[in-house]
Design a protein around this ligand. Structure first.
Ligand code: LLP
Length: 420
């Protein structure tokens, strides 16, 4: 559920008409609902109340510091994948002891930054990375807490670009090699082995991949305890639970909990979760304006002021994002149209062959389910300033990231003397 609902003909974000925000902020902008974010977080958190756990929000899904602050205030930790995300998490006031750091390409500088910060643990993705962390910890005279990210070779049955737990993916350490890898880690002077982690993919809409992967990882943890005397504290099962974009019916967190809590309880470990999409996906929309409409060879195009640089998911993954008017007009016939942006690429679309009420020049629309991997994947392609982000809470709203200016676009660029 989310808090973007019609009252009569008008779309509201919580208690505010979206039209009112448009009047003040202009378009396009991302619009998030604080209430929806809190509800999603609490629904997930409470589903697992039977096991000791920390919910580390996947900051990559939406990394605005106001959003991170809101979640930190609810008790969330963070799952980060870069020094930049660590910087954001710290600015937002996230407890460093609740930060887990994944990613296959952590640099030495990033590792040192995280060590100085005192994060909960690194989720290590290769032997060379393990050595790099050991060295960095030695340089700083610290012990690095690590878990190994294990690749369990389970098919998450999702889009290939967001599937991470198969042998052929670049992520983690093959489960068959993990036992030896743990022994190696245990022998390193500046490493403290504290956990085990897996994350098999994103937008997973079935329970069985979670169960299958968890079984494999729990077996490994048991073997580590029994055969190598390695006792971990944290079992990090990653994120990945899907949401409804169109007609998917992913399990509710309670259903996932019903399937895996008995297994988790038995382990006695503190469980770490890394949900992103589940919390933010349906808590945000992208609001845009119809610039022009046209018909080419009998095909209808609705050209809006937001493009693939603002929301790349339809172009990159062929994702479906529902599109609704900000103000419903009575008696408009439906048409089949492509909703496209201003970018100079034919791959620049928000919807293809979509049956929609007729949109006219100057109308506003909302692209739904855009809160996760929307703004955070946006770019300046075609030298388009990145859009504003707005957070609504009840009858208040705040611009949590102002629209970029042309000045912002060229910040850091210089014409060298030899061209002057
Ligand atoms: N943990 C790790 C290690 C991850 O790599 C990810 C997502 C998550 C947690 C959070 O997964 P979630 O709960 O959000 O499914 N840009 C793509 C999604 C990429 C996901 C990357 N990793 C999209 O727009 O669909």
């Amino acid at each position: 559920m989310h808090d973007f609902q019609f009252k009569d003909a008008e779309l509201f974000a919580e208690k505010i008409p979206v039209r009112k925000i448009i009047e003040e902020v202009g378009t396009p902008f991302y619009l998030y609902s604080a209430n929806t974010i809190s509800n999603h977080f609490k629904a997930f958190d409470s589903a697992f109340e039977k096991v000791p756990h920390t919910v580390c929000f996947a900051a990559k899904s939406c990394s605005n510091i106001a959003i991170l602050r809101l979640l930190a205030g609810l008790g969330a930790g963070m799952d980060i994948v870069s020094g930049g995300e660590l910087h954001r998490a710290l600015l937002a006031g996230v407890d460093p002891g609740k930060i887990v750091y994944a990613g296959v390409g952590k640099t030495k500088e990033e590792i040192k930054y995280a060590l100085e910060t005192g994060i909960m643990m690194f989720n290590v993705e290769s032997t060379q990375e393990l050595f790099a962390i050991d060295e960095a910890a030695e340089d700083l005279g610290k012990k690095a807490r690590v878990s190994l990210r294990v690749n369990p070779d389970v098919d998450p049955k999702t889009h290939p670009y967001i599937s991470t737990g198969l042998k052929q993916n670049k992520f983690g350490i093959n489960i068959d090699d993990a036992f030896e890898e743990y022994k190696l880690a245990k022998g390193l002077e500046n490493i403290e082995v504290v956990g085990i982690q897996k994350h098999i993919g994103s937008q997973i809409t079935q329970i069985s991949p979670f169960v299958d992967a968890l079984e494999k990882v729990v077996n490994l943890a048991n073997r580590l305890r029994d055969e190598a005397g390695i006792n971990i504290q944290y079992l990090d099962i990653g994120g990945g639970l899907g949401i409804t974009y169109k007609d998917e019916s992913p399990p509710h967190p309670r259903e996932l909990a019903a399937a895996i809590v008995p297994m988790l309880e038995k382990t006695g470990y503190t469980i770490v979760f890394e949900p992103g999409r589940l919390i933010m996906g349906n808590a945000g929309v992208l609001v845009a304006k119809v610039l022009y409409t046209k018909v080419n060879e009998g095909k209808n195009f609705v050209i809006v002021d937001a493009g693939m640089n603002d929301l790349v998911r339809p172009s990159l993954y062929g994702s479906y994002q529902e599109i609704i008017p900000v103000v419903k007009k009575n008696g408009k016939p439906k048409i089949v149209a492509d909703i496209v942006g201003p970018i100079c690429e034919s791959g620049d679309f928000l919807a293809k062959d979509r049956t929609l009420p007729t949109f006219e020049q100057g109308d506003f629309l909302a692209v739904m389910s855009a809160g996760a991997y929307g703004f955070s994947m946006s770019s300046n392609y075609n030298s388009r300033p990145r859009v504003a982000e707005v957070l609504v809470k009840g009858d208040e709203f705040h611009v949590i990231r102002r629209r970029e200016s042309y000045e912002d676009l060229v910040r850091g660029e210089e014409i060298p003397a030899f061209l002057k």
